[in-house]
Design a protein around this ligand. Sequence first.
Ligand code: 6PG
Length: 252
Amino acid sequence: MPTSGPDPVVRVFDDPAGVARAAAEEFERRALRKAESGGDFIVALSGGSTPKRLYALLAEPPYADTIPWERVQLFWGDERPVAPEHPESNYGAARGALLSRVPIPPGNVHRIPAEQPDPETAASSYEATLRSFFEFGPDVLPRFDLILLGMGADGHTASLFPGSEALREERRLVVAPWVEAVGSHRVSLTCPVLNNAACIVFLVTGAEKAETLRRVLESDDAGTELPARLIRPRGGELLWFVDRAAAARLSG
Ligand code: 6PG
């Protein structure tokens, strides 16, 4: 795990509902703070099933009413190679649970066009979207205010899977690796972008992730076979919101 950045903060909650509530409070707090400073709150959402509870919470009072949605800019950390209407779409999941229920301007929603036939074109297109939105040149990284991430039982995060060449990408912002584990390409932000975030919040629940979580947080083997170990924002916060089942093997 990169040694830079503040130590990870691990918060353990009784159950997935507790994890979602804490994440909703963190999202609201940071969104309000950014709006008070006059800026937009720039977020990359996670895919997978864990954050769906969070998205549903954010779509209901109080969060639906307190969060300044017109000041929220939404991106995604990764996407599957499917259309937005497909049940596997990360954008589609967030649209159903959240975007269709809060007054976020359509222009503030920047989905990954991963359904394009050529995954590399999709990655390049999203990279261009990032460069245009953040208005920076070729050698600067975007800095998200918040990136939400999940973790698979194999230690993958976003669509950065064990053994993938994408783990060693240092120049590109977005890649489209073939992922053998899922038998398809994925489009994903790269480690440099993730590690440039002001804050990363991992949401991890379930007993099936307990051993991997222990290895990511407590083992010192430097191998890159656990991609989540590579995520350590240099000048940002790293928070792990986990439930008791996932935390069962942590020593702390
Ligand atoms: C995805 C995610 C992926 C996910 C983990 C955990 O597109 O699937 O980006 O990294 O966060 O696989 O998924 P669950 O939350 O479903 O366990």
